[in-house]
Design a protein around this ligand. Structure first.
Ligand code: ARG
Length: 290
């Protein structure tokens, strides 16, 4: 899809930005893990069904397209070596969370993924990062995100990450943390319900959050783009934005239109296989914030 800066906004969209600002991409560095050993052999979220067949070669092809897209857009992608026996390792977002050159390591909720954290810790340590393993359950960027323009961490809880990890991450990373309650098991990680659009703004599906959290989000982000339940079910919130380009699942066509109207360029990516494990574009991507 092409950008439509300055295009008239349809009243049917339910929002009406006065002006469409020019969007600016900022160079990013990401960590990804090739899904060589990807499959669905256990069920730890509402989307996983081990009786459904997975085409691992197709998963690799879909993942390669995500990686190629980042590189085509000028971003740097590092690769975490994949390991047999860890089929969810492709979801590199869950291994930890970095801000300001410090890496706060994950502590997985389920034993099936527990060993992944060592691979992440080793990778960051080898890349020269101070590594602080979390002592409370937390699934990294699955439940943490950061807004540089506000110097603010947003953190989800309710299904995976222990709310005590929010305070711990805040101390380790030296940042204020806003805790957000997730209430719908279909949207079990923060990154299935909310993503950072640019340094100041977010896009989210209010229905995934508890009432108090919805009030808080409305207060903190009056300019946010609100997604519908349909967008969320299409995994549209599992998107990655560089400030201009937004990579999102091919099924999220309903969310692509308002993003384009706001001046973003959308890139729709096939994710049929990764989705069988309850993940998509963002889950495959950890941002490194030096
Ligand atoms: N099967 C994985 C799990 O349930 C999917 C993780 C998706 N990752 C994410 N960042 N939402 O843990």
């Amino acid at each position: 899809m092409e950008t439509s800066i300055g295009a008239p906004v349809s009243p049917a969209l339910g929002y009406a930005p006065a002006t469409v600002q020019p969007r600016v991409a900022r160079h990013r560095t990401y960590l990804m893990c090739r899904p060589t050993h990807f499959t669905v052999s256990y069920a730890i979220n509402a989307w996983m069904d081990p009786s459904v067949g997975v085409d691992t070669a197709l998963a690799v092809a879909q993942w390669e397209e995500i990686r190629r897209t980042y590189e085509r857009l000028g971003h740097t992608v590092h690769l975490l070596p994949e390991q047999a026996g860890l089929p969810d390792m492709v979801f590199a977002a869950n291994g930890g969370f970095s801000v300001g050159g410090v890496f706060y390591g994950a502590q997985f909720t389920y034993p099936q993924r527990a060993a992944e954290r060592f691979a992440h810790q080793d990778w960051y340590a080898g890349d020269g990062w101070p590594v602080v393993p979390g002592t409370f359950t937390n699934e990294g960027e699955g439940d943490f995100t950061y807004l540089p323009g506000r110097d603010l961490v947003l953190a989800g809880y309710g299904f995976r990450t222990d709310v005590r990890a929010h305070a711990e991450a805040g101390r380790v990373l030296g940042r204020a943390v806003v805790s957000l309650e997730l209430v719908d098991p279909r949207f079990y990680h923060l990154d299935t319900a909310l993503f950072v659009l640019d340094d100041q703004t977010i896009c989210y599906f209010p229905g995934a959050f508890g009432e108090k959290t919805r009030e808080l989000l409305a207060e903190l982000f009056p300019g946010a783009l609100l997604a519908t339940e349909e967008d969320a079910l299409a995994f549209g919130l599992n998107a990655v934005s560089d400030g201009l380009n937004v990579l999102l699942p091919a099924s999220a066509t309903g969310l692509a239109a308002p993003l384009e109207d706001l001046g973003y360029r959308t890139v729709l990516l096939a994710d049929s296989e990764l989705r069988k494990a309850g993940g998509s574009v963002k889950c495959c991507t950890a941002e490194l914030r030096p």
